[in-house]
Write a protein that binds this ligand. Sequence first.
Ligand code: PLP
Length: 449
Amino acid sequence: MQTIEQDRNHVWHHLSQHSVLKTQDPMIIVKGEGSRVWDIKGNSYLDASAGGVWCVNVGYGRTSIADAISQQLSTLNFFAGTAGTIPGAVFAEKLVAKMPGMSRVYYASSGSEANEKAFKIVRQISHKKYGGKKYKILYRERDYHGSTIATLSATGQEERRQQYGPFVPGFVEFPHCCEYRGQFGDVDNYGELAALELENAILREGPDTVGSVILEPITAGGGVITAPQGYWPKIQEICRKYNVLLHIDEVVCGLGRTGKWFGYQHYGIQPDIVTLAKGVASSYAAISCTVTTEAVFQEFLADGAEKDVYFRDISTFGGCTAGPAAAIENMRIIEEEGLVENSALMGDYLLAGFQQLKEKFELIGDVRGKGLLLGIELVSDRANKTPAPEQVAIRVAAMCMQKGLIIGRTNRSFEQLNNTLCFCPVMTITQEEADFILQTLDSVFSELS
Ligand code: PLP
């Protein structure tokens, strides 16, 4: 087939070892409708990965979003973000209305970029207020924040970082909070102990050198990790105590995926900076947002005498109007169809189903997640929690694919903890579709046992 050869010969796929394509055809996806996609050979799949990387929240084939984009593009496709546009203004107001305490929206076009903007905001505040001293940015082991060198410098996944150093100075890692793989044993206050790792890091580095901490509300690609109870309030308390800005990376969790509009809203905390991307327009257009409180924004206002106080940053494609036009319609769909509620409902249903699978199959060590962001961690010895080799997760995903189900998994790895299956179905998922996911997994695990 012509497309397959064009792709094989000229496209460089993301996160892929191309040598396998010498003996097997690349997968080419040609169509999507609801929660299903079709490949170029006519095979149909239920996509429990929302486009492979947690993106297509409202499902495929939304002509109303396509129409909103088309209408906007024929009026005005672009103007640089130095000026405003109508969809940009409308969406910013709608967005912060869902985020009490947040005030300003800075547009760009990818999650990495949104995080880079946040880092620059922190660094500039450090220069303005603290003589450049409060420049360090803390990040957590197993969290991922993007593919650029600065965002990789803030990423706690060794497999993503190897061979790309040296990294940017001023980024410091502290331990993860995964209780299943935890260091504190079986204690009641695990969450609090895990949060104290942040305080330890701040004290080690010196509180007057730490500007912010970046955290995923639920670690996605690092193994779908939800923090134990007590973790988040303690994190907030520590940030306030040491005057450290709390930056929540909602690139995956944002816009309803976890059963609330934003992942951090499960925990009653108030961030200073929130970054968003994939779900903002369900990836019908490229758009990301760096959202800040009014207090952070005010740091960049001058009385006229000072120069260079404004945020000296630009993202060319942050001025594309397709993004906010799509985002407005995306938000309308989520609201009118009750998709945040459906994420919570169907997420609970799937998690209960995963729990039953765990009772049946020794291969499953842990199941976890919130809303429609769920994970199954595979082990080869349940009592000792020995991680199953990476090949097992690869095999489960391949067998699901053969049965018409696309699932995700923690990515190719140089370390051992690459044993988690990831689930992120579109937020319109029905109970029938959830049952298909559960039945397919049941049959795959049965065959493997
Ligand atoms: N932050 C998180 C939590 C992510 O999962 C990702 C991508 O997967 C990013 C940031 C980077 O987003 P992008 O690939 O759009 O740059």
